[in-house]
Design a protein around this ligand. Structure first.
Ligand SMILES: C[S@@+](CC[C@H](N)C(=O)[O-])C[C@H]1O[C@@H](n2cnc3c(N)ncnc32)[C@H](O)[C@@H]1O
Ligand code: SF4
Length: 378
């Protein structure tokens, strides 16, 4: 059996401004938090001690806004990871950046980052104002141009299904974005998350996101426009030129192993077949994380998923990618498998397909992805 890939996720939870739609584990940045940075270093050392002989296949700096870290800090984390774990050839080192932080791009690349994921969200001023972003369209374009000149691989995040967005307007915006040069796009439908400022505005009637019908049409249009430009929908929200998939994100969908450090980061290691799949989670608040690291050497607590929870998670995540689910592997790892009777029902309806023992959504089935994936779980 080939060695399971191992990724390292580092969560930097601070943002210059908290966006009104966001429910990630984020906090308003009030200057550098050197204590948090130091705690993350200690946690990295802890995990390297737990995984002797395992080299990293990817590192991902996520957030929050990890582009608020200095290039020097990013370099120090990458160097420490290289020293403690070692790197596989072609390691992917990705970083999420906000357009306003583009002055650091050259420094991040010199530090070893080889894939930048740029949160432009839109190239239009009015859309960025509506989303409560702290940059305008020209800052989005400037940051993208800079990123393309500096990094081997560039992805952009766009949010669609915004209030009042027509199909024609999205087709134009997306078509223009696809021509700007990134090799990968993460295209997210605006989701109204409970407890966010947008959620309150919706409750008051001040914000009216598109209904389900329009959202479905926007999703279909997204698939068509991306296909016309040679971008494949390798995951529900992610489109890439052939060969430009995010290897780190694939870890999550393919159920490989990853360590999560920094406040609110999750990890998964192992499988039922190797003695149980560990679920690790860290304290959410930076101060709690720092305290836990100083008391125990790590910010994480760990528990073991039951085989049933493990197989359900593997199905829900694995069905998101267009390659589909490797049924034999799922059974080998967990001793359990999908509900074949339910799956056969969806195959008959044209929403799932099976080939080479892989179960995947058809384009129509993707529209009902979450419900179908849940229904075929044991
Ligand atoms: C964790 S954020 C980090 C990126 C970076 N901080 C930024 O905002 O540019 C990752 C992406 O999630 C998306 N996102 C966050 N909240 C969302 C929501 N409620 N609906 C749709 N997309 C969302 C945005 O596209 C964002 O770029
Ligand atoms: S969308 Fe990005 S910048 Fe905005 S609050 Fe969330 S993580 Fe921070």
């Amino acid at each position: 059996m080939t060695e399971t890939a191992l990724g390292l996720y580092i969560h930097w939870p601070y943002c210059a401004r908290i966006c009104p739609y966001c429910d990630f584990n984020v906090y308003r940045a009030r200057g550098a938090d050197d204590e948090l940075f130091a705690a993350i270093m200690v946690d990295l050392d802890f995990w390297s001690g737990k995984m002797p002989g395992r080299k990293l296949t990817s590192i991902h700096f996520g957030g929050g806004t990890p582009s608020l870290l200095t290039p020097h800090q990013i370099a120090a984390l990458i160097e420490r990871a290289a020293k403690r774990f070692g790197f596989h050839n072609n390691i992917e080192i990705g970083l999420e950046a906000n357009p306003n932080d583009c002055d650091g791009f050259q420094g991040f690349a010199s530090a070893g980052v080889n894939r930048l994921s740029l949160g432009v969200q839109s190239f239009y001023d009015d859309a960025l104002i509506a989303l409560g972003r702290d940059h305008d369209g020209s800052a989005s374009r400037k940051a993208l141009d800079k990123a393309l000149g500096v990094f081997e691989r560039v992805s952009i995040d766009l949010i669609y299904a915004r209030e009042g967005q027509s199909l024609d307007a999205w087709a134009t915006e997306l078509g223009d974005a696809l021509k700007t040069g990134p090799d990968h796009l993460s295209l997210y439908q605006l989701t109204i998350e409970p407890g966010t400022a947008f959620d309150k505005r919706v409750a008051r009637g001040d914000l009216k996101p598109p209904g389900e019908n329009i959202a479905e049409q926007l999703f279909r249009l997204t698939q068509t426009v991306c296909a016309e430009h040679g971008f494949e929908p390798y995951e529900i929200s992610n489109h890439a030129r052939p060969g430009s998939d995010s290897r780190h994100n694939r870890l999550y969908w393919e159920g490989a192993d990853w360590i999560g450090i920094g406040p609110g980061a999750h990890g998964r290691i192992g499988s039922h077949a190797t003695g149980g799949r560990a679920l690790t989670e860290t304290a959410l608040r930076p101060a709690d994380y720092i305290r836990r690291v100083s008391e125990t050497g790590t910010g994480s607590t760990s528990s073991t998923l039951s085989a049933l929870d493990e197989v359900r998670e593997r199905i829900l995540m694995g069905m998101r990618i267009s390659d589909g689910l490797d049924l034999a592997r799922i059974e080998q790892l967990t001793g359990l498998t999908v509900d074949h009777v339910e799956a056969a029902r969806y195959v008959e309806q044209g929403w799932l397909s099976i080939s080479d023992h892989r179960l995947a959504f058809t384009p129509e089935g993707r529209l009902l992805a979450d419900g179908i994936a849940a229904a075929i779980c044991p």
